[in-house]
Write a protein that binds this ligand. Structure first.
Ligand SMILES: [Zn+2]
Length: 275
């Protein structure tokens, strides 16, 4: 029993709650499970969740994750935020991801490519609103136990999800790139240090796209990333292999003078397991 309890994910302590403060609107009440990645954007399967610190070599790799028969879930937001603010925009994430997946399959079916980019049209406000909302939700129930405190980093993100289209104009930048992995990663807040520069990063990565938020004009991002300006009508993914070694950024395996600091219960990986 002693060994068993050592080898289960710490995530088990962060999933069960009935009532609490919604991590988007701040209201107190019953909490509702949010699928991250959203339903429709991926094929929902049996998955396990773990803290990412349990996957990247800090502890033994045989840690048992938190199982779910139907996708990775986070019970941290209210019914209204889940259904209106996220549910109303998830369809755009699903549509874009399905289209990009078809384009990617086509791309890798043929050897000769005149160019390495694929393009899709997008409603960037809807797409970003859903993705930012899921990033705010993908964390521990511990955050729902206390009334929300003002945060200059998170408040504009909440205001944007709640409907203010210009809330991020002066506070945040968004980057995205091709993410060619099966495992899903959510990181609500990571401090990433690169060559003397410290930046705050919030990230949600699932095939085929990594979506990252940084403080405005202060971000560190992979060279093959594209910047999303709210109002954009196209997404462009660079599929060239040059970017692969950085596509799991910021968990790509640190290089040179890089390091990061994170709160383990805010950085979660989920991955499909056998049925
Ligand atoms: Zn809410």
């Amino acid at each position: 029993m002693g060994n068993y309890s050592k080898n289960i994910s710490k995530r088990f302590a962060h999933t069960r709650i009935k009532q609490g403060y919604c991590l988007i609107c701040g209201s107190f009440g019953r909490l509702s499970p949010d699928h991250v990645p959203p339903k429709g954007a991926i094929t929902i399967t049996k998955v396990e969740q773990r803290h990412i610190s349990e996957v990247i070599g800090m502890v033994p790799s045989d840690v048992k994750g938190v199982p779910s028969p139907n996708g990775s879930k986070f019970k941290t937001i209210c019914h209204e935020c889940n259904n209106s603010h996220l549910g109303g925009n998830d369809g755009e994430v699903a549509r874009v991801c399905k289209y990009l997946t078809l384009k990617i399959q086509d791309y890798f079916r043929y050897v000769d490519h005149p160019y390495n980019f694929i393009v899709t049209d997008v409603d960037s406000i809807k797409f970003a609103r859903a993705m930012v909302g899921h990033i705010l939700a993908a964390t521990s129930i511990e955050e729902c136990k206390k009334p929300p405190e003002y945060s200059p980093y998170f408040q504009p993100l909440k205001n944007f999800v709640l409907g203010d289209n210009s809330a991020l104009n002066d506070s945040h930048d968004i980057y995205y790139w091709f993410y060619p992995f099966k495992r899903h990663v959510s990181a609500k807040c990571v401090a990433f240090y690169n060559e003397g520069h410290l930046s705050l990063i919030s990230l949600l990565s699932f095939f085929p796209i990594a979506f990252m938020i940084t403080k405005k004009n202060e971000g560190t991002y992979p060279a093959h990333a594209s910047k999303l300006t709210l109002g954009d009508e196209r997404l462009v993914l660079d599929l060239s292999s040059l970017g692969y070694s950085y596509s799991a950024f910021p968990f790509h395996g640190l290089k040179g003078n890089q390091m990061y600091a994170l709160t383990d219960f805010q950085t979660i990986v989920s991955y499909p397991i056998g049925q």
